[in-house]
Design a protein around this ligand. Structure first.
Ligand code: ARG
Length: 460
């Protein structure tokens, strides 16, 4: 069309295919609120510095407010032919208020403008996702509080290893999510510098008050180098990495939920609202949510890779490659938000099969280590004790017995140090309760872990 803002330097029109290829409004429209708020702060500052008149400032602010309202209530549609959200809003403003609209872009470039919008957006989204993670953390803590005494098998190599409590298992995830919360706060911190005033790449000759804009928009500082300020996307990468970590944690938990829902485990049952059936097999109740979370994790990893690759060959300062930062970032954000919004209530309503967990824990010689420790505490070197119990376990497997079922005479035929008290030592509850070391699975240790976790959640 004839109306491109930058048409002046050109004699010919851009090809239609190029317009389509170049345009980013189909995805960067989500930045409209940040773009408008950023423009309002910029206009206020231009007025305060006497770069434009207060009259112009008022009509710009009024125009922008109207645009924001009309977008929010659906009266104004994004023009798919616009080059991007920035051009769309500026053009709309000028068509509404006339000449004053043409003064808004004084001392500003789309390069520092898009950097600003994106920083505002990342800060907002990091805060929203942090809220979701905190809600998730509370659900994990609540479930854990109900199950400090619930014994379940702990695994290595997915083989039954040593007994733990379900609370302890859940709190392992709570620790991961707590780190995610801290990580997202750090991302918001790294993002907290205001880039307006960097211009296209080399700052500006206008006497802008950068800190005034930063203060209005809630930024701690202003960016320190104009070349870096317009072309730094580290904060986007930090966000993409933090979100990949969130997905990785959710995916590990999902994998366990999927296993636990199987007939073979039956440790938990999902509420009907968070499971789905099969189109052909009437008996099925599938953990689709958990599977989808596991499946969608690849998106977050892919987006991180996209961003790293996109940035690696970009000479200073802004290059159009950087327009590609948005879809990757937006996709990671919406993936994490969607995943959390389904997983939070799923975990909240999940019921736990305490008996199944305990049954599973009583199989697989889960107390063999405790048996060896018994002999060690009676004076046998650990390696020797380990050898004795190896023989005992082999015998039990051959005879189809558990360690609990073995008569004392049999114990004593393997080693004379065995006495009647072996039975209480290898009792599952004893095995768990004795693991009361800091960070351990014993109910007493888990209660301490819970208390510390709640405190940390208060202060992050
Ligand atoms: N749509 C562009 C982006 O997302 C905005 C910045 C364009 N700047 C430019 N000089 N072409 O990166």
């Amino acid at each position: 069309d004839q109306n491109k803002i930058w048409q002046g330097r050109f004699s010919g029109q851009s090809a239609e295919e190029v317009d389509v290829f170049n345009s980013s409004i189909s995805f960067d429209y989500v930045l409209y609120e940040e773009d408008i708020k950023g423009s309002m702060a910029h206009a206020n500052m231009l007025g305060k510095q006497n770069i434009i008149s207060e009259e112009d400032v008022s009509s710009i602010l009024e125009g922008l407010e109207g645009i924001l309202m009309d977008i929010n209530n659906g009266a104004l549609q994004f023009d798919p032919k616009a080059e991007d959200i920035h051009m769309f809003i500026e053009a709309e403003l000028t068509s509404r208020i006339g000449d004053a609209g043409k003064k808004l872009h004084t001392g500003r470039s789309r390069n520092d403008q898009v950097a600003l919008d994106l920083r505002l957006y990342v800060k907002k989204q990091a805060a929203e996702i942090t809220d979701q993670l905190e809600a998730f953390e509370s659900v994990l803590i609540n479930q854990a509080e109900k199950h400090t005494e619930t014994i379940m098998p702990g695994y290595t190599h997915l083989q039954i290893a040593q007994p733990v409590t379900f609370a302890h298992h859940l709190l392992a995830y709570a620790q991961m999510i707590l780190r995610d919360i801290k990580r997202l706060k750090e991302v918001a911190d790294h993002t907290d510098s205001m880039p307006l005033g960097n211009g296209a790449l080399a700052g500006t000759t206008y006497p802008l008050d950068r800190q005034f804009v930063a203060d209005q928009l809630g930024f701690k500082t202003v960016t320190a180098n104009s070349l870096d300020g317009v072309s730094d996307r580290d904060f986007v990468l930090d966000m993409a990495y933090a979100l990949s970590m969130v997905m990785m944690h959710l995916s590990r938990l999902s994998e366990e939920i999927i296993l636990w829902c199987s007939q073979e485990f039956k440790f938990v049952e999902l509420n009907d609202a968070f499971a789905t059936g099969s189109s052909i097999m009437p008996q099925k109740k599938n953990p689709d949510v958990a599977e989808l979370v596991r499946g969608k994790t690849g998106r977050a990893y892919g987006n991180l890779q996209t961003l790293l690759t996109m940035m690696k060959g970009i000479p200073l300062a802004y290059n159009k490659d950087m327009q590609e930062d948005k879809e990757a970032l937006f996709d990671s954000i919406s993936t994490v938000k969607l995943a959390l919004s389904a997983m939070i209530p799923m975990m909240e309503t999940m019921s736990v099969n305490v008996d199944r967990m305990r049954d599973a824990a009583s199989k697989g010689f889960i107390n063999a280590t405790d048996c060896a420790d018994y002999l060690t505490k009676k004076g046998l070197p650990f390696r020797e004790a380990y050898g004795v119990i190896g023989g005992l376990v082999k015998y039990c497997i051959e005879e189809d017995l558990t360690l609990e079922e073995l008569p004392l005479e049999t114990y004593q035929s393997f080693h004379k140090l065995f006495e009647q008290d072996i039975y209480s030592v290898i009792d599952l509850s004893t095995c768990v309760n004795k693991r009361d070391i800091e960070g351990g699975p014993a109910p007493s240790a888990v209660k301490k872990q819970l208390a510390v976790l709640k405190e940390q959640l208060e202060i992050v």
